[in-house]
Design a protein around this ligand. Structure first.
Ligand code: FES
Ligand SMILES: [Fe+2]
Length: 392
């Protein structure tokens, strides 16, 4: 493990002397376990959009590695995030998404919990422990919540610093899009992808491959129109704009936006896409008609699930034939996704070979180096804390 961490540290110094991540980072169970602690247990994790849970009782269950999480709208319209495991014997309290009414009821022995996570009732427990005492000790683990541009984030580290101050540059860049006002289309789930979580983010922010893997499909947003953005050590996002050869382009078979253009955009935004990632699990593209995003949910060293969504200004969803246009927009994105998926699966296979060595960066992969620097900071911090704890 230490050898791998040293290798990563040497590789992320700069583009000229550096190299990409060692294969162990993608395929090794020990590294995956380390990374769950170093990254996922301490970083802001995106669970979806505020308007997926509009009404009291609405919830969405998300599995993040071994951690089941639920985001729920409580009776006071607050958004809360819990670990939805029963305090009795650990049965999960909900699956999928839906409306829980006023409470979560455990199917196993019917303990019930309010939408704020406290225990309400537990049948046939009085002879061993009174309800009052039980209530004091049995409540759902509750986690920090932060909303950024309508995305719901949680952090499993109770001491985590806020996310938004680390997103200053990206927030400013995205202001004209008014993402917080956009409405969500139903989320599409893709389960059982057999690759590591990192290549999924890498594909979204690395423009080098777009000219080759996607070829003509991506020509309107050619890699040579990409400009990278400076990345500081404390930045919580990696992003870059890629210009268009013509305004109001779109990632679908027509190459043009299908929906109305976001009315608040200027010339600049109408002539580019912003590819962004808020690691470790949110990636998105902001385009002149809206935004598409994906949540990456790790399920093992070589396994992820995806939740993919589209956002549009509310007025756009009222245009005639919206449903038909939206279907084309979805299908258009699937073409890109399928190309990315095939190559990501192939890279995952390649990384299983012991002969795979870290490779060099193209100058069109600066955002990859930035992502690896984001990771390296977290690997380093956690490894040094773990070392200190061991020595103490
Ligand atoms: S495990 Fe939930 S009530 Fe027993
Ligand atoms: Fe791609």
């Amino acid at each position: 493990m230490l050898r791998v961490l040293d290798q990563i540290e040497d590789g992320v110094k700069d583009m000229q002397s550096g190299w990409n991540l060692p294969r162990e980072c993608y395929v090794d169970q020990e590294f995956y376990d380390f990374e769950q602690e170093a990254v996922f247990m301490r970083s802001w994790l995106c669970l979806g959009r505020v308007d997926e849970i509009k009404n009291p009782g609405d919830f969405v269950r998300i599995d993040m590695g071994d951690e089941p999480l639920v985001m729920v709208r409580d009776q006071n319209m607050e958004i809360r995030v819990f670990t939805p495991i029963c305090a009795h014997r650990g049965h999960l309290l909900c699956e999928g998404s839906g409306n829980a009414g006023r409470l979560f009821r455990c199917p196993f022995h019917a303990w019930t919990y309010g939408l704020d996570g406290h225990l309400i009732a537990a049948p046939s427990m009085n002879d061993t422990i009174g309800l009052k005492r039980l209530k004091a000790e049995a409540h759902l683990p509750s986690h920090k919540v932060e909303i950024w541009n309508g995305f719901v984030f949680t952090n499993l580290d109770p001491n985590a610093k806020p996310l938004t101050p680390t997103l200053g540059k990206l927030t400013k860049t995205l202001e004209p899009y008014h993402i917080d006002k956009m409405v969500s289309m139903p989320v599409a789930e893709i389960k059982g992808c057999d690759w590591n979580w990192k290549p999924q983010l890498e594909n979204g922010i690395e423009p080098y491959h777009s000219a080759y893997l996607h070829g003509m499909l991506h020509d309107f947003a050619h890699v040579r129109l990409t400009s990278f953005v400076e990345f500081d050590e404390d930045d919580g996002a990696v992003y870059h704009p890629t210009g268009f050869y013509y305004p109001d382009a779109g990632f679908n078979p027509t190459g043009k936006a299908l929906m109305p253009i976001i009315p608040t955009l200027g010339e600049k935004e109408r002539n580019e896409v912003i590819f962004a990632s808020i690691p470790p699990n949110l990636g998105f593209g902001a385009v002149p008609e809206g935004l598409f995003y994906y949540l990456v949910l790790p399920a093992g060293p070589g396994a992820i699930n995806l939740r993919i969504g589209h956002l549009y200004p509310e007025e756009s969803t009222k245009v005639p034939l919206f449903d038909h246009l939206y279907k084309i927009a979805q299908d258009g994105l699937v073409v890109f996704h399928n190309q990315d998926a095939a190559s990501t699966a192939s890279v995952q296979r390649g990384n299983r070979s012991r002969f795979r060595k870290p490779g060099r960066y193209s100058f069109q992969e600066e955002s990859l180096l930035q992502f690896y620097q984001w990771l390296q900071k977290r690997y380093r911090e956690y490894a040094s804390e773990a070392r200190q704890a061991q020595e103490a």
